[in-house]
Structures are given as structure tokens and as C-alpha cells.
Design a protein around this ligand. Structure first.
Ligand code: NDP
Length: 311
């Protein structure tokens, strides 16, 4: 017989842990699976300076460890591993972890986050956290008055580039075609920003660097010309992939795979299944907004259990 829980939380980023803290304090004793990347996307960065309450910033791993400890303090049953099999057709829902253990859950909070897309170059992985980043709002501040490059031509890349242009002396945009994919408004913002230079028809061949981190980018233009630019930071802006694949058979998503939630709530189209954090948020994607949506999910779970589950 599998483990029975009133609330299964899948994911251990700010959304998952906040949902665990709130449901834990409400006496629900949630089970939380940490997933493939314990602590979530934040653990791929270093210092967080924009999470409220930390005047001098906070180490991302410490922040997540602290959220985990706080969730455990309120009784959350935190487990390593990932949920591998899901059946959301009838409640209570039956799920299995990657060791084959069965979990029977009255409610499920999907807080599996999103994963930034990378180009797939070995040099890009080598300098990850040493000048290579997929989050301008997280890491831009460390490149004040420096030169950076942003890859991509969509809204994310344009937003990152215009954000970075306020901090950096110069921003290159590396765009693989001769047009942007971004909305007209974002294109106009880029065009109106004098310290952004767009390198059209260009692909990144290699991220260059030394022991201290990124020093430049080797670029291959469509006409065959190879050239290097000197930069201190290299930002990916080629999109994110919401980690919703496991649930799509039951839960409605938008065209990009983001789980659709009802109005301001965390409710999905499946009664008793809630979604929080980046897996349902293509727009804000901040630790603090993820935490806030985890809180909403917990309150929605509490309400749902009161109305639907007596014991
Ligand atoms: P998009 O898929 O819209 O754009 C991705 C961009 O990256 C494209 O320019 C694409 O090039 C380029 N790209 C993809 N793969 C590679 C690669 N391997 N090498 C080089 N370039 C590559 O993703 P976004 O994250 O920008 O946007 C996703 C959705 O979120 C969109 O609907 C967008 O409108 C929305 N969004 C809205 C925002 C806002 O309104 N403020 C902010 C951010 C996102 P190509 O065009 O050639 O395919």
C-alpha cells in the first residue's frame, strides 16, 4: 500500500517550499519531492540581491537550504528523488516516484519550474556561473559598467538586453536571423537603446574565457566570417521550457507548455491539482513571485481539502 498524503508538492524551488511551509503550518503534513534539481533554478546562480528581507543579498543555496529547513520545521515530509509516473484521472491521485514508490494524494501542487534553454556548447557549460547566465535580472548587477552579450531575438532576449543596457556599458545581441522574433514594442525598445548593438545573422561558435571566467565570444556569421567580441558576461535569452511534460495528458497548458491556472488562483482544470511558480508563469519568473504563487497554492489546497475531504 502506497503512502497516503493530503497534499503532494512536486518541486523544491521557492514555489514548492512556500507551499510546503504554508500547508505544513495549516497542519496538512505535505509530502514534497525535491526533483532533479533540489532547490530549483536559483541554485544555478550565486548571490541573490533582490529577494526581500536580505539587505546585503543572500547566497542562493543558503536561501534554498533555509526554505527547506523552514518547511521541515512545520512538518513537511521532504523526499529526494523525482515523481516519474502520474495518473490524475481520479482523485485521490496515484503517482510513483523514480524508485517505484507509490504515493496516493488528495491534492497535488505542481511546482516543477522551468528550465532555461542553453545552446549546448561545451564552453557554455564550462563557464556556467563564471560569466554564463540565463537570467539577466538575477546576475545583471554583477556586470555593471561591463560589456555583455545576449543570445536570442525573442521577447526574453530583448527584455534581457534592455535591462542589461541600463547597467552595462555595452550590450551585444547575437541574433541568428536577420529579424527579431520579438514583439514590435520590444524591438522598438531595443532600437531606441543606444548601447545595444545587434549582430544579425550570427551564431555563437564558442564562449571564450580563462580561469577568471568569460572573456569573449567567437561568432560565426552566415556569410562564413568568424570573429571574436570581447565580453565579460554571456546571457542566454533563447527561451525557457516549462517542466510540465509529465502532466500534460490531464492538465491544460498554453502553446508553450505553461500550465494554465484559473484567474488569480493556482487551480488547474483538474480539481484538486494546483500549479505554482515558473511552470505556470511565462512572464515574471522571479523567486519572490514563485514564492507568492506557492503561498496561493497552499491556501487553495487548504480550502479544497476543507470542502472536499473530511478526515
Ligand atoms: P521565443 O521562442 O519567442 O524566442 C526565442 C529566440 O531565441 C528566437 O529569436 C530564436 O530564434 C532564438 N533561438 C532559439 N534557439 C536558438 C539557438 N539555438 N541559437 C540561437 N538563437 C536561438 O522565446 P522567448 O523566451 O523570447 O519568449 C517565449 C514567450 O514568452 C513568447 O511568447 C514571448 O512573447 C513571451 N515573453 C513575453 C515577454 C513580455 O511580454 N514581456 C517577456 C518574455 C517572454 P528564431 O527567431 O530564429 O527562432
Amino acid at each position: 500500500m502506497g503512502l497516503h498524503t493530503k497534499c503532494l508538492i512536486i518541486g523544491s524551488g521557492p514555489a514548492g517550499y512556500t507551499a510546503a511551509i504554508y500547508t505544513g503550518r495549516a497542519g496538512i503534513v505535505p509530502v514534497l519531492y525535491e526533483g532533479m534539481e533540489p532547490g530549483g533554478q536559483l541554485t544555478t546562480t550565486t548571490e541573490i540581491e533582490n529577494y526581500p528581507g536580505f539587505e546585503n543579498g543572500v547566497d542562493a543555496n543558503l536561501l534554498m537550504a533555509s526554505m527547506k529547513a523552514q518547511a521541515a520545521r512545520f512538518g513537511a515530509d521532504i523526499r529526494p528523488g523525482r515523481i516519474a509516473e502520474v495518473d490524475l484521472s481520479v482523485r485521490p491521485f496515484v503517482l510513483k516516484d523514480d524508485s517505484g514508490n507509490e504515493i496516493v494524494a488528495e491534492t497535488v501542487v505542481i511546482a516543477t519550474g522551468a528550465t532555461a534553454k542553453y545552446l549546448g556548447l561545451p564552453s557554455e557549460q564550462k563557464f556556467r556561473g563564471l560569466g554564463v547566465s540565463a537570467c539577466a535580472t538575477c546576475d545583471g548587477f554583477f556586470y555593471r559598467k561591463k560589456v555583455v552579450a545576449v543570445v536570442g531575438g525573442g521577447d526574453t532576449a530583448c527584455e534581457e538586453a534592455t535591462y542589461l543596457a541600463q547597467l552595462c556599458s555595452k550590450v551585444y545581441m547575437i541574433v541568428r536571423r536577420d529579424v527579431f522574433r520579438a514583439s514590435k514594442a520590444m524591438q522598438e525598445r531595443v532600437a531606441a537603446t543606444p548601447n545595444i548593438e545587434v549582430l544579425w545573422n550570427c551564431n555563437t561558435q564558442e564562449v571564450l574565457g580563462d580561469d577568471a571566467g568569460v572573456t569573449g565570444v567567437r561568432i560565426l556569421r552566415k556569410d562564413g566570417k568568424v570573429f571574436d567580441i570581447k565580453v565579460d558576461g554571456f546571457f542566454l535569452g533563447i527561451g525557457h521550457h516549462p517542466n510540465s511534460d509529465l502532466f500534460r495528458e490531464w492538465v491544460n497548458t498554453d502553446a508553450n507548455g505553461y500550465i494554465i491556472t484559473e484567474a488569480k488562483s493556482s487551480r488547474t482544470n483538474v480539481e484538486g491539482v494546483f500549479a505554482a511558480g515558473d511552470v505556470q508563469d511565462p512572464d515574471y519568473r522571479q523567486a519572490v513571485t514563485a514564492a507568492a504563487s506557492g503561498c496561493r497554492a497552499a491556501l487553495d489546497v487548504e480550502r479544497f481539502l476543507k470542502e472536499n475531504v473530511t478526515k
